[in-house]
Design a protein around this ligand. Structure first.
Ligand SMILES: [Ca+2]
Ligand SMILES: [Ca+2]
Ligand SMILES: [Ca+2]
Length: 1015
């Protein structure tokens, strides 16, 4: 009942604090006296803190920062935090990995503004201490090399703002000292705000949410001269692209978007926080005049969150709009919105230079391609005076020099823009004055263009904008030739040369474009809706699709603009298909040509469909995003029995025990007080079709607890599917797949409305964790336990009375300060007890050193070891030496992650670590197997394969002969001592010089019934 009680109390709390919530709550600045800073002086941090407090930002200390980030991760509100100090505190940078809170906040759409020293150079510890992370802080947390190597540091260049930097609001420069390398900035797709003279990024933004361009990690002011820090600039960076949640936000189309279709435009936005529930809610202003919109002239009041633009828009024109909100929380105050803008598609689109092949009159001419490759053109389309970026015919040409442009395919031409020859000063006289222009569709028949204007002379200065426009009036061509008839020098020797700086062809887009999925897409939903932007003037869109690119079938003929769609559902595309091919032909019988055939694009479908991976649930129960609002339990509906989905307090989903991603579903069950079952049911708003796309199996992963009772089952709609494995699998603390052959399920699979997970059995109680419910196009397979016998068994240690080898090979061990105790495991007799001092010395028999051949090491063990320092690691079995110069193969607990076993192999050249995934330090018996099988290195926990790595076929481990084999310890090759000593019990350790099969490992793990083989 506690969850319901929690709901009631927290609802009251939210009502109490929610109404007064302001934008300040989502704009914050971090400052804490108890944590250090580095390159910024403390008095400046205080000045900065006070500046942001005055601007309405919430000031957070290190603990509050952790709470605030957790809250934003949970509620996903648009937010930003400015760091006044240039070390991040341990409360949010618990580790220098992507698992820390600060990175999770970025991944959840957060924004951080960070200045001065290298980000995460040190972790700040409460009380003023620090942990030195150096460059690895940023590499681990941000996921890339955020600051370049020493060779590019300390340039002291005054930075240059990029266009983006100015757009984001930078006004005051600084001297760069710790920039990101230019190539890294490009590879990481950083938004670069400022550069040093070498082009390295002195201010940049790393975005963590796909498609986002305003949030993420903002790095600025990469130097230590802290008095120059411009707080206004920092504030503009912080607020760039964010809006006050009280105002209308998220404009669609996004602010300043260009190339918007002129027809069918519907403006939309997210309403301000307090705008709901009133009437009218919004006032919309729309005009091509900024001032009219900014001044609030005209305007339409309405309740809908969208506004269909009433008329056809003008090509190339910029329009402005704004949405004012009525604030119901503040006496219906009108909240004036931001003015947004967009620009309509141009009549003609620029044809990319890569699609044009340029040639010219004479091989002695300079390169004709310099007139179509954008050379010499700066950001604002202004051509330079650099003649190496222009074309110039060779001397002594009698007024017939020509340039020819061959297009990739027929194009309907609108215009050609021309930049004339722009040589410095007098050199511009080589510019063409009169020209003949011809065009051809077939390369044989040429037509001269009428009304070609005289070409104006270039200014011979660096800011040359195109000053010649040639109209083609929509003629369809593949080639254009420009012949010089005269130049601005009169063509008299020595001035008989002819030049151009650049041309640009503008074509009318008649073919379908912006196809989605994009060419070569993978993991496409087999029920995908294909979309494209329609060709200009097309009245019908023909959709061709098939699995043979040379034999596509016509699937649909539809109408509509500016976007076309085709729902592939009727085709029943198959999962895991590589590839499908498709093409859109745009048709209008009134045009010539009537058909514009599109390119053939391909995509492949996903191999698996996810029903639920539990990643989408949040703690925002008010918006019904909590896991227990989707998976209905017995607390919500008594018909579901004794189940409780999720936890009583946030985070509601399980975030530690996960099979993949960051969340799983916990179901607590108690089949008591008159109920004999517990269920969790998800109802699909739109029934799912599990009979389509070649689906054959439903799969899920589950994990239990040792004291769990009962038996697992599923219901698809109301059809029962009992668990087909051992009921005791529910007591295992590892992830196990349950794969269900849907052929054997008599439910209406084409119309799945509900999926139920249940545990039956009166009196049964416990918790089961569920993750990754998926659909596969394959039939389940099972692994059957098989007794491995003694074939190629090298050694076996049962610890019955001594540490002798019972394999018959005589590789007896010696107990060293270790004792034998009752194992407590049924049928297993005694086990060896190791306490981080004791161990079992197996000597150094050559049989335990393997070269390149296969082997398997297995053991039962029980431990409660915690921590991950060397003293906290525990070798279950090891042969050879650890640390520098060591050769080894070993199974070690907590080598990388607390309580998780790793298989470590090292030939002193390549160390290969194969981690398992389950934490096994629960003081219960578990079974581990590590093996080499050809080039595969694998680790199994309790019979399930949990990790695999690849080794070269000639990976040779014979060097492990340098040290003894041990159970419970490994030799530190550096000093010859034993370390990583195990704490707990070990029993039934075996070494084989062959790779046991998965079934043999299952048998050794004590499994008697077949288990599902993971897909
Ligand atoms: Ca050029
Ligand atoms: Ca998951
Ligand atoms: Ca034993």
């Amino acid at each position: 009942m506690c969850k319901k009680l929690f709901l009631l109390t927290s609802f009251v709390l939210v009502l109490g604090s929610g109404a007064g919530q302001t934008w300040g709550a989502y704009r914050a600045a971090y400052w804490d006296a108890d944590f250090a800073q580095n390159w910024i002086d403390e008095p400046v941090t205080i000045e900065m803190r006070d500046y942001f407090a005055d601007a309405g930002y919430e000031i957070l200390d290190a603990d509050q920062l952790k709470e605030w980030m957790d809250a934003r991760i949970a509620d996903g509100k648009i937010s930003v935090v400015v760091f006044c100090k240039d070390f991040a505190p341990e409360t949010v940078c618990e580790t220098n990995t992507a698992d820390c809170t600060l990175r999770k906040y970025l991944d959840a759409g957060g924004k951080i503004v960070f200045h001065s020293d290298i980000p995460f150079w040190k972790q700040a510890i409460r009380g003023g201490d620090t942990t030195l992370w150096k460059d690895n802080g940023a590499i681990g947390i941000l996921g890339f090399t955020a600051v370049g190597p020493g060779s590019i540091r300390n340039s002291y260049d005054d930075v240059t703002f990029t266009a983006k930097g100015m757009e984001w609001g930078l006004t005051e420069t600084w001297e760069s000292r710790r920039p990101a390398d230019a190539s890294v900035a490009a590879d990481e797709n950083l938004t670069v705000l400022a550069t040093d003279n070498a082009g390295h990024a002195a201010a940049w933004v790393k975005h963590y949410v796909p498609g986002d361009t305003a949030r993420g990690f903002v790095r600025v002011f990469d130097t230590r001269d802290s008095p120059k820090l411009n707080f206004d600039d920092l504030k503009r960076l912080a607020e760039y692209g964010l809006t006050d949640p009280e105002l209308a936000g998220n404009p669609s189309p996004p602010n300043k978007t260009t190339d918007i279709p002129r027809d069918g435009l519907v403006l939309s936005w997210t309403p301000g926080e307090f705008a709901e529930g009133l009437s009218p809610i919004h006032r919309v202003f729309f005009s091509d005049d900024f001032n009219d919109v900014n001044d609030g002239i005209g305007g339409v009041t309405q309740n809908a969150n969208d506004y269909p633009v009433p008329s056809l828009l003008d090509f190339g024109k910029t329009y402005y709009w704004r949405v004012d909100e009525v604030d119901g929380a503040q006496d219906n105050t009108i909240l004036k919105g931001e003015v947004w803008s967009f620009t309509v598609e141009p009549m003609g689109c620029p044809l990319a230079g890569e699609l044009i092949t340029a040639s010219c009159w004479d091989i002695d001419d300079t390169d004709a391609n310099d007139t179509v490759n954008g050379s010499g053109l700066g950001n604002n389309d202004l051509h330079s005076t650099d003649t190496s970026d222009m074309w110039l015919s060779s001397p002594a040409e009698p007024n017939q020099a020509w340039l020819q442009y061959d297009f990739d395919q027929p194009r309907k031409l609108h215009q050609m823009l021309v930049w004339n020859y722009n040589g410095d000063g007098v050199d511009r006289i080589f510019g063409i004055k009169e020209a003949r222009i011809e065009h051809s569709l077939d390369g044989v028949n040429w037509t001269a263009l009428d009304n070609v204007p005289a070409f104006a002379q270039a200014p011979g200065t660096d800011d040359y904008a195109a000053n010649i426009t040639v109209d083609f009036n929509g003629v369809v061509v593949t080639q254009v030739r420009v012949t010089a008839l005269s130049n601005w020098a009169g063509g008299i020797p020595p001035f008989d040369q002819y030049g151009l700086s650049e041309v640009r062809f503008l074509y009318i887009p008649m073919r379908a474009r912006e196809l989605s999925p994009t060419a070569g897409s993978t993991d496409v939903d087999p029920a995908a809706v294909l979309t494209w932007r329609t060709g200009r003037a097309a009245s019908v869109h023909e959709v061709y699709l098939g699995s043979d690119p040379n034999n596509l079938s016509l699937r649909d003929t539809g109408a509509g603009s500016p976007y076309g769609t085709y729902d592939t559902t009727p085709l029943d595309l198959q999962l895991g298909q590589t590839y499908y091919y498709w093409r859109i032909d745009e048709v209008n019988d009134l045009e010539d040509p009537a058909v514009w055939e599109g390119e053939v694009w391909s995509f492949s479908t996903s191999a698996v469909l996810t029903v639920d991976d539990f990643e989408g649930y949040t703690d925002d129960w008010e918006n019904e995003e909590a896991i227990w609002e989707v998976w209905i339990d017995g607390l919500t509906d008594p018909a579901k029995g004794g189940s409780m989905v999720g936890y009583a307090e946030a985070p509601f989903a399980e975030q530690e025990i996960v099979h993949s991603g960051r969340q799983a579903m916990p179901i607590s069950y108690s089949n008591t007080n008159g109920v004999s079952y517990s269920e969790a049911t998800r109802t699909f708003d739109v029934p799912q079709d599990w009979a389509a796309h070649g689906i054959k199996s439903l799969s899920l992963y589950f994990q239990g607890l040792p004291d769990n009772g009962g038996r697992l089952y599923l219901k698809i709609n109301n059809t029962l599917v009992p668990y087909n494995g051992d009921a005791a699998d529910l007591t295992k603390t590892i992830w196990q797949p349950w794969n269900i052959d849907l052929l054997n399920v008599a439910a209406d699979l084409a119309n799945v409305r509900t999926l139920t997970i249940g545990i039956e059995g009166t009196g049964a109680t416990g918790i089961v964790y569920i993750d990754d419910i998926c659909l596969y196009p394959r039939t389940p397979e099972y692994i059957t336990p098989v007794e491995p016998g003694s074939a190629q068994l090298l050694a076996q240690y049962d610890f019955e009375g001594n540490a002798n080898d019972s394999s018959g090979n005589g590789l007896h061990g010696t107990l060293k300060q270790a004792v034998l105790v009752n194992s407590g495991r049924p049928g297993a007799g005694s086990a060896v007890e190791l306490n981080q001092v004791g161990y079992v010395d197996l000597g150094n028999p050559g049989a335990l050193d393997f070269g390149t051949e296969d082997w398997t090491v297995t053991a039962w063990f029980k431990t409660a070891m915690t921590g991950t320092g060397d003293a906290n690691k525990g070798a279950i079995y090891a042969k050879g030496g650890d640390s520098g110069g060591g050769h080894r193969y070993a199974l070690i607990v907590s080598e990388n992650e607390e309580g998780v076993v790793s298989l470590i192999c090292d030939d002193d050249a390549t160390k290969i670590v194969t981690d398992s995934t389950s934490a096994v330090n629960d003081d219960r018996w578990h079974f581990v197997a590590g093996q080499r099988d050809g080039t595969a290195l694998r680790i199994f926990i309790d019979g399930q394969e949990e990790g695999t790595s690849t080794a070269a076929a000639d990976y040779n481990l014979s060097g492990t002969s340098q040290h003894n084999a041990y159970i419970g310890a490994i030799t530190n090759h550096g000093d010859g001592s034993l370390y990583k000593q195990f704490n707990g019990l070990v029993d039934e350790a075996r070494v084989y010089n062959r790779a046991l099969s998965a079934g043999e490992i299952l048998w050794l793990a004590g499994q008697t019934a077949p288990v599902a083989k993971p897909f």
